[in-house]
Design a protein around this ligand. Structure first.
Ligand code: UFG
Length: 332
């Protein structure tokens, strides 16, 4: 049996491929390298460059690898702010891309899919922490594109028997502890990489978007989870589907919230650098607070996150950023 990892050259995908290879599992990777990096893919995984919406190409990948029985799907755009100004890019790549993928999976008879959903599907939550059963009313097109994917999966399960696990991640941060793979987006928009780029000297200062939110210090509160812990949850979700269980969704977070100011303070402690910062206007599409209830993943999947301390998470990210101030060698 082998697992097809779509978007396996991206930030979370590359950490998952690494974990699969470490465990001795066979991983086949597809990535169009639009945002991913070839160098991030573990050398012991089989790699194909191509787009998941290219059905001829995807048929070829399945035909060449008849031992594939499950797919982990990371191949999507994921920037909230960009989705606000270019929503069609998100509905096309993320939502329509899934439809193309499901058609081919149904055709070749591979009927297990674990895919990246997001906390952004919940919109502005009424209660904290957020449970999987809470209402999903996204406030940005990125979250909407992923909620549509969850719904498409639901109906595809009923009609074609394609079983799925939707993993709703909260904020992902950190890198492989040896610093050999990590987060590298161009342009970078995420908080922690920006904070650490300032610490590494490749950026002047941090702008903190908004200090008048309904939170203890006025800055947004987020729940941070390490990509290795996410990787383990994906592998457990494949096991869950292989055991014949029903389709479902799980939140993945640490169940602890940190404000943007707290992240800055912790990063200053971890790096020993001053990290200049200033307040700036709110960024459209940002909810005040997002904290996950992750008990369901712990109980049902047996998920046991190892990086349960924000200092530890930031220290792994710093190892990557301090040794790769310009990211991967491909320079993009
Ligand atoms: N922020 C700043 N300055 C920056 C960058 C970010 O203040 O330069 C703030 C944001 O306004 C927000 C917080 O830092 O308050 C976190 O922002 P990120 O861009 O790092 O992450 P998001 O919370 O916007 O989004 C991330 C993923 C989404 C996912 C979401 C779920 O990118 O895919 O987490 O919580 F949906």
């Amino acid at each position: 049996m082998a697992i097809l990892v779509l978007g396996g050259a991206g930030y979370i995908g590359s950490h998952t491929v690494d974990r699969l290879v470490e465990k001795g599992d066979k991983a086949v990777v597809v990535d169009n390298l639009v945002t991913g990096h070839r160098q991030a893919v573990n050398k012991n995984a089989k790699f194909y460059q191509g787009d998941i919406a290219d059905q001829e190409f995807m048929r070829h990948v399945f035909l060449e690898n008849p031992d594939l029985d499950a797919v982990i799907h990371f191949a999507a755009f994921s920037l909230v702010a960009e989705s606000m100004t270019n929503p069609l890019k998100y509905f096309d790549n993320n939502t329509a891309g899934l439809i193309k993928l499901l058609e081919v999976m149904n055709e070749v008879g591979v009927k297990k899919l674990v895919f990246s959903s997001t906390a952004a599907t919940y919109g502005i939550p009424k209660e904290m922490p957020i449970k999987e059963t809470d209402s999903q009313e996204p406030i940005n097109p990125y979250g909407e594109s992923k909620l549509m994917m969850e719904k498409i999966m639901h109906w595809s399960d009923l009609a074609y028997g394609i079983k799925f696990v939707a993993l709703r991640y909260f904020n992902v941060a950190g890198a492989k502890p040896d610093g050999s793979i990590g987060e590298d987006h161009h342009p970078e928009t995420h908080l922690l990489p920006i904070v650490l780029q300032v610490a590494a000297g490749s950026r002047d200062k941090l702008k903190i978007f908004g200090n008048d939110y309904e939170t203890p210090d006025g800055t947004n509160v987020r729940d941070y989870v390490h990509p290795y812990d996410l990787a383990d949850a994906h592998i457990l979700a494949v096991d869950y589907l292989r055991a014949g269980h029903e389709s479902t969704a799980f939140n993945l977070g640490s169940s602890k919230g940190f404000s943007n100011m707290e992240i800055l303070k912790t990063a200053r402690e971890v790096t020993g650098k001053a990290i200049p910062a200033e307040f700036a206007p709110r960024r459209p599409g940002d909810p005040d607070t997002l904290i996950a209830a992750s008990d369901k993943a712990k109980t049902i999947l047996g998920w046991n996150p190892q990086f349960d301390d924000i200092h530890k998470i930031i220290a792994t990210a710093w190892k990557w950023h301090s040794t790769h101030p310009n990211g991967y060698e491909d320079g993009r």
